[in-house]
Design a protein around this ligand. Structure first.
Ligand SMILES: Nc1ncnc2c1ncn2[C@@H]1O[C@H](COP(=O)(O)OP(=O)(O)OP(=O)(O)O)[C@@H](O)[C@H]1O
Ligand SMILES: [Mg+2]
Length: 229
């Protein structure tokens, strides 16, 4: 699989510069022809060109991140989860996003983990970003629970968002998969890579992921990790 990963890395890397060039030209065309556009259709076409290029660039960035995660070794250290969660909440609130109110409740004092700090931050960022992106209304509430079972740490991260349909649930960990209604409306934006990255990171740490959800009834991500004393 190393060969495939190298291949993905090379291809995505090489696609980046022509895409950025295309984006530059598309922006120029958009600017120069804006005043000559007479129909809504032309306007739509122009916006779709730029939009699709933007989307491709963001997918390539995600692929590059995914392949980087696959090739670099873990740097294991003691990581305090409480701190990582607090940092995320503080950063989010510092952006002064007035539309959204974020509350993260930690039910149980979370354990210190033996993990790669950078990747665990990436993992929680992806999960929290989803809770915010797929919210219902403007109050986002995330509840985190932990327990130690048979030498493993089990963390559950529950949100109060739109939930996931039964028919989408088996697929959401697959790369590029997005729930049908999200994909159809193209909103909110995303490339369907976030949870694939989460799965890869947790498996690299000898752990596993499970997702429980129902449409309109929130989503719970359950992570299990080996517990070291
Ligand atoms: N907390 C959640 N609540 C509701 N739906 C979710 C949640 N998390 C994930 N999903 C569904 O699973 C799909 C895959 O999630 P994933 O994070 O992998 O990709 P994404 O959010 O679409 O894009 P990105 O690569 O930007 O994260 C989403 O498109 C969405 O349909
Ligand atoms: Mg996501």
């Amino acid at each position: 699989n190393k060969e495939l990963e190298d291949f993905v890395h090379t291809v995505s890397h090489d696609l980046k510069s022509p895409l950025h060039a295309a984006k530059g030209f598309a922006d120029m065309v958009k600017e120069q022809f804006q005043q000559h556009i007479k129909s809504d259709e032309d306007d739509y076409i122009l916006r779709r060109i730029v939009g699709n290029i933007d989307q491709s660039i963001s997918m390539i960035d995600d692929l590059l991140l995914l392949s980087r995660i696959g090739t670099q070794e873990l740097k294991i250290e003691e990581v305090d989860l409480n701190e990582i969660i607090q940092d995320y909440a503080e950063q989010f609130n510092a952006l002064k996003n007035e539309k959204i109110k974020l509350e993260i409740d930690i039910n149980e004092k979370l354990p210190v983990l033996h993990v790669d700090r950078g990747r665990i931050i990436q993992l929680f960022t992806n999960i929290f970003n989803n809770a915010i992106k797929y919210r219902r209304g403007k109050d986002v509430k995330i509840i985190i629970d932990s327990e130690v079972l048979n030498g493993r740490i089990r963390l559950s991260i529950e949100d109060n968002g739109i939930g996931i349909d039964e028919k989408d649930l088996p697929n959401v960990l697959n790369i590029f998969y997005r729930a049908v209604k999200v994909e159809k409306s193209r909103s909110p934006e995303g490339s369907g890579v976030g949870l694939t990255i989460v799965k890869k990171i947790i498996e690299q740490h000898g752990g596993s992921i499970d997702i429980k959800s129902k449409a309109n009834a929130g989503t719970t991500v359950i992570l299990e990790l080996p517990h070291y004393h």
